[in-house]
Design a protein around this ligand. Structure first.
Ligand code: SF4
Length: 181
């Protein structure tokens, strides 16, 4: 019998949530006995190879490529999980929502105190994905089934959620896994 497939991606995130996933340490050997990874930076698959039981999404949507990837995850995954604060609320990248995109780019490339850009060049290649006007949490772009809070969620939280989901159970997180003091 084929194993359930799990996909992961990082949109506008820092990969800290993926690092936390890897912090399950040697339990990853138990995990790969019961699941196969599909599209994920963990196995370097760049596109889906089939239907996935679970998709873990780190980061919100800051540009058009993030939106396309997230829609692809929604299309291919039975259960979609917003993993961490950036996916749930936009996180640090969403701090740019306080100013216009133009103002943000000027600060980053022209006016910032540590910027050295004597020619005043702004990145405008067609190969760069267009920025959205605001950084959006995942649930504002597609339907999301579960939210795992934390920056990042702990390895034990991710373990508890993923093992429950791939076995078809409900995610029940004890208080110790969702308290942050
Ligand atoms: S939630 Fe925290 S650890 Fe996860 S991507 Fe955002 S900043 Fe990084």
């Amino acid at each position: 019998m084929s194993k359930p497939r799990v996909a992961t991606c990082s949109l506008a995130g820092c990969f800290g949530c993926h690092m936390s996933l890897l912090d399950i340490d040697d339990r990853i050997l138990e995990l790969v006995k019961v699941i196969d990874f599909d599209r994920s930076p963990l196995v370097d698959y760049k596109s889906f190879t089939g239907r996935c039981a679970v998709g873990l999404v780190e980061g919100g949507c800051a540009n058009e490529e993030n939106v396309r990837v997230l829609q692809d995850f929604r299309e291919h995954c039975d259960v979609l999980v917003s993993l961490g604060e950036c996916a749930i609320m936009g996180g640090i990248p969403a701090m740019r929502n306080l100013v216009s995109t133009e103002e943000c780019l000027r600060e980053a490339y022209l006016d910032g105190p540590s910027v050295h850009n004597p020619d005043g060049v702004m990145p405008r290649s067609v190969e760069l994905p267009l920025l959205l006007d605001k950084v959006r949490p995942c649930h504002e772009v597609v339907r999301v089934d579960y939210y795992l809070p934390g920056c990042p969620p702990s390895a034990d939280t991710i373990w508890a959620a993923v093992t429950a989901l791939v076995s078809g159970g409900e995610v029940e997180l004890p208080y110790q896994l969702i308290k942050y003091d």
